[in-house]
Design a protein around this ligand. Structure first.
Ligand code: C2E
Ligand code: CA
Ligand code: CA
Ligand code: CA
Length: 278
């Protein structure tokens, strides 16, 4: 919802002014929160169809506020982007997620997820030092580059030359690039020609309608064909029901993510029972 708000033309209604005030206040608090260690990272399984094996996890940040409880990222990431703190917060998220990935590898061996997928925002990619930061985190944590993916949207890459350069540089390290919210205004086909993409994450909106009658599976079908044709990996996002999982599998999807398989958690299950899923 926060992303959609970004794309709307700004209209100075009282409601929006209130939102801006709230965002400014949150922005000021973020610095303190980072220093006080109030951020947490939770992980959501990305599973294989039909086996339900956790092949990867997506890292998702939370703000564990002492008074207001757990605050979702849509409420504070935009403010962190505006005041620039996302660069430091994003580095903390990257280091935390890679450290966790290495720990799981030590604890679970082959049962640990093969890849850690970390969301990265426009502001981070615009930093000329982004790829060097990723390289340093990989070196310090000991996570192999092929154990990491970065998730970006088209909006993030609109930033221009440095954003594309940052992605090329991390790709050269051996890190996978995933296009997030694929098929929406945030990520589209054109980007596949400018960015070295490995994974497309097919947006929840195309999964939501997949089991409905009529033409609703047309886009999900087209996107799996584009993905296969270009030799990419497709992940279906926001899978909430067994019916959706079964239909996605039938259409040729091999990877999926959503509440049906597991919610984001500090310690997600790596073996997901998919009885009835496919
Ligand atoms: P996203 O990258 O598209 O992440 C997927 C969002 O969908 C997550 O929300 C996840 O909890 C939610 N989700 C997963 N499965 C389902 C499902 O089956 N049904 C429904 N209704 N929702 C599902 P979350 O964690 O609140 O994150 C929202 C957005 O905030 C993310 O969207 C991403 O754009 C941003 N974000 C989250 N963590 C980070 C981060 O560490 N860095 C940056 N830059 N952005 C982040
Ligand atoms: Ca994502
Ligand atoms: Ca997404
Ligand atoms: Ca999204």
């Amino acid at each position: 919802a926060a992303k959609a708000a970004h794309d709307r033309p700004r209209r100075y209604t009282p409601d929006l002014d209130e939102t801006s005030d709230e965002q400014a206040r949150i922005g000021a608090e973020l610095r303190t929160a980072l220093d006080a260690g109030q951020f947490r990272v939770v992980y959501q399984p990305i599973v294989s169809l039909p086996a339900g094996e956790t092949v990867a996890v997506e890292a998702l940040v939370r703000w564990d506020h002492p008074e207001r409880g757990m605050i979702p990222p849509d409420r504070f990431i935009p403010a962190a982007e505006r005041n620039g703190l996302i660069v430091e917060l994003g580095e903390w998220i990257m280091r935390t997620a890679c450290t966790q990935a290495v720990l799981w590898r030590a604890q679970h061996g082959a049962a640990a997820p093969m890849r850690m997928s970390v969301n990265v925002s426009a502001r981070q990619l615009a930093e000329p030092g982004f790829a060097a930061m990723v390289a340093a985190v990989l070196r310090e944590t000991g996570l192999p580059a092929n154990g990491l993916a970065v998730e970006v949207t088209e909006t993030a890459v609109f930033g221009g030359g440095q954003a594309v350069q940052s992605l090329q540089d991390v790709h050269d390290l051996g890190v996978a690039i995933a296009l997030d919210d694929f098929g929406t205004g945030h990520s589209s086909l054109g980007l596949l020609q400018t960015v070295p993409v490995d994974v497309i994450k097919v947006d929840k909106s195309f999964v939501d309608t997949i089991t409905m009658a009529g033409r609703h599976a047309v886009i999900a079908t087209a996107l799996i064909q584009v993905s296969a044709g270009l030799g990419l990996t497709a992940v279906a996002e926001g899978v909430e029901t067994a019916e959706q999982a079964a239909e996605l599998h039938r259409l040729g999807y091999e990877l999926a993510q959503g509440y049906h398989f597991g919610r984001p958690a500090a310690e997600p299950s790596f073996t997901i029972p998919v009885t009835g899923a496919v």
